[in-house]
Design a protein. Structure first.
Length: 65
């Protein structure tokens, strides 16, 4: 969700991106670099995971981007 910003609706991968944090901006920039530098012989897939958590996650701050 970090690449989309503060949307109040169900998100579609074709929705416009509007990152509101450096984390979201870095994710979106990485996607753009992959698309820009890949040639037609290299296939790529970009996954936009959200709500991923694990060891060390701070669960009392659910608004982290």
């Amino acid at each position: 969700m970090s690449v989309y910003g503060n949307l109040r609706k169900k998100v579609n991968e074709n929705d416009p991106t509007n990152p509101i944090s450096f984390y979201g901006l870095s994710k979106l920039s990485s996607e753009k670099y992959i698309k820009m530098f890949s040639n037609k012989k290299i296939n790529y897939t970009i996954l936009r995971f959200f709500n991923v958590y694990g060891q060390g996650q701070i669960l009392n701050n659910l608004k982290k981007h």
